[in-house]
Write a protein that binds this ligand. Sequence first.
Ligand SMILES: C[S@@+](CC[C@H](N)C(=O)[O-])C[C@H]1O[C@@H](n2cnc3c(N)ncnc32)[C@H](O)[C@@H]1O
Length: 350
Amino acid sequence: MKIKIPYQDKITLGYSLARSASFAAQQLSLPFFEFITTGRRKSHHALEPQKMRAAYTELFNLLKKDSENIAKGHYPVDVLKPEKVAQHFLRYPRIIYDGYAISKRRLGKDSRDFNEEAESFLKDLPEYYQRNFHFQTGGYLTKESADLYEHQVEILFSGSADAMRRLVIPLAKEKLPGDGTGLHFLEVGAGTGRLTRFMKMAYPKAKVTVLDLSYPYLKKAQDNLHDFDRLDFVQGAAEELPFQDGRFDLVYSCFLFHELPHEIRRKAIAEGYRVLKAGGCYGLVDSLQKEDTKDFEWALEQFPVDFHEPFYKNYTQNPMEGLLAAAGFEDLLKDQGFFAKALLARKPAE
Ligand SMILES: C[S@@+](CC[C@H](N)C(=O)[O-])C[C@H]1O[C@@H](n2cnc3c(N)ncnc32)[C@H](O)[C@@H]1O
């Protein structure tokens, strides 16, 4: 029997706000550490108070929605379980050190800076992928990059990245209710498996195939998810899925499409459509696009400048809703929160 805790949504919201403040503080500290190690002051465009207020309001609304989704039972409160404090804070100096390397790369506009480990993977990967996305060290191609990735993303989004990832789950629950018994999902571009964890908590009985182009990230996902069953891990490309037609009940991705060239985005959706069963669903979470927001127009323009994201501008101008419809999907559901939107659409039943 499930015990109802009084004021649970307020308690979880309080926790999420404190967590967000901790990541925001880490974000604010990075330029300071950069200054004391290099003597260089980051050129800082101070955000107008009005834009800052709008951003914090959106962040608060997202965390509130996340707490309500927990209270409604879309996913369990365990999604908020923190990692071990020591593990968290021992990683932080590595992030500071990496922040320094990132800013050097940003300053030199160097987006093809790979060490031996990363180089060893490059030849088998598509050209558009062979870069340091976000100017991050090793791109997606080293163990160290995979170790730091989730923490760095939370710092970037002031502790809201997990809540943004979860936006797609209530949409999935609307079309595919239950605990996932008998269902087979495919997560594309799963990275280190952060959303996979939340999906498995929401659908403990579902089988999930976890796919990514990066071997080190996939390996990290496997380590991160060792406590879950019914998972398998496949290295492969979203635009050329190594699966037969009509195999999955749900195909989904998170923060993938803004990193793909337009034509690859189109192919990835077409591949998702192909491998779905008739009546199956395609879900995604990604950055807001131009038509979704007035408040964040400045951020949509600034993001690809600060973080190497060569396909982002084109992404913001080409609504994912249109790509899904063009591929044949129908019955679209949508939600958005802070800097992300979630979409879920159905492949027509036969
Ligand atoms: C921004 S990360 C998002 C990772 C994860 N979904 C998350 O929520 O943190 C993008 C991921 O997509 C993967 N990726 C990029 N292009 C891909 C492609 N064409 N096929 C499969 N994975 C791809 C990258 O290796 C990386 O792990």
